[in-house]
Design a protein around this ligand. Structure first.
Ligand SMILES: O=C(O)CCC(=O)C(=O)O
Length: 338
């Protein structure tokens, strides 16, 4: 690849006809090698195009930085890693980026989700309003959980009945950088999950994240809890907006078994709380547990969705089994729909 790279615009097409991929590729090298400032306005589209293509953000940047590929090489790697995106997927992505009309096929698919019976009841929605989180019971069935669990055990080189093997994994703490797998993809395509998110976002026109998994073994003296403890994944330099985050439990997860931990209701308090902090204080460095943290236990197949203004994290696994999860989130491609 020849440097310097000219910065492409989002509406230039990549070789397989995707908007913004060339921009993402060119901006990565413009940032890294030309000391250009980063492009905060691109954050949403970078994420969107990679999610639509089934590639994780870190996965993409690791490849780009390590291989310094040409655009053709980058796109070949995307297709080899996550498969060739369908024509309808590319059309929907391009329509979201360009703000143009959806094809008839996409329109019909979104209408079907819109017309599907609600997954979240009125009580669930009232609970969500009050607490900023909700549990979708049986978001996926047990067979789907077991299939996903199997690929995660394989990825971490562990066996369910061999305790010692649970501790071989060293990188990324409790996170497992596994994204491309038929079992994980099946969960991402769950209509029940999509419908629940559409009720919270008030639109079915959502994209699912190409996110990783988690394997959180019971704490040992030699393997203390590596985090993440309570935090936000919010850029506090930007205006506070609405967004969700989600976790699918693939095994039964009682509260003591490293369950997702939240501060229920904090989405109502965040703005005032931030204003009460002395200037130059990092919100993430406060004693967030003191705000009232609660571990959320649930069963295999249950999914928890939370408002991203809730401090959240895992906790030490004081149970006897690993906590095994898949992270799944959804969001609108067109920002104005949010
Ligand atoms: O795995 C967990 O329980 C917490 C996940 C988390 O911190 C995150 O998704 O940002």
């Amino acid at each position: 690849m020849e440097l310097p790279i000219t910065l492409a615009s989002s509406n230039e097409l990549s070789p397989i006809g995707v908007y913004h991929l060339k921009r993402l590729w060119s901006s990565t090298f413009a940032k890294r090698y030309q000391q250009t400032q980063s492009f905060p306005q691109d954050v949403h589209l970078d994420r969107l195009v990679l999610d639509a293509l089934g590639i994780g953000l870190n996965q993409a940047y690791q490849f780009l930085y390590a291989q310094k590929p040409s655009l053709d090489e980058f796109e070949d790697w995307v297709v080899a890693t996550a498969g060739k995106p369908s024509k309808s997927r590319i059309e929907r992505l391009n329509a979201d980026i360009a703000g143009s009309a959806y094809s008839r096929e996409t329109h019909d698919w979104l209408s079907a989700i819109d017309n599907a019976p609600p997954v979240l009841s009125q009580q669930d929605l009232a609970f969500w309003q009050r607490n900023g989180y909700v549990i979708i019971r049986n978001a996926v069935d047990l067979n789907a959980c077991q299939e996903a669990e199997k690929v995660i055990y394989k990825a971490v080189g562990a066996k369910s009945d061999d305790h010692c093997s649970w501790y071989q994994k060293t990188a990324s703490g409790i996170m497992v950088e596994l994204i491309q797998s038929e079992a994980l993809e099946a969960n991402r395509r769950s209509l029940r999950i999509h419908k629940a998110f559409s009720q919270l976002w008030d639109t079915p026109a959502l994209w699912v994240t190409a996110d990783r998994c988690g394997f959180h073994a019971p704490q040992r003296e030699s393997h203390p809890f590596p985090g993440p403890d309570l935090h936000w994944d919010v850029d506090f330099d930007q205006p506070l907006d609405f967004a969700t985050q989600g976790i699918l439990y693939l095994t039964d997860t009682p509260p003591e078994q490293g369950a997702l931990t939240l501060i229920p209701g904090f989405h109502h308090k965040l703005s005032n709380w931030l204003q009460s902090l002395p200037t130059d204080t990092d919100p993430n460095q406060q004693d967030l547990h003191a705000l009232g943290s609660v571990p959320i236990g649930a069963n295999a197949g249950d999914m928890i969705i939370w408002h991203h203004h809730l401090p959240h994290g895992s906790r030490p696994n004081l149970g006897v089994r690993p906590r095994i999860v898949q992270y799944i989130n959804m969001y609108p491609g067109r920002r104005h729909l949010a």
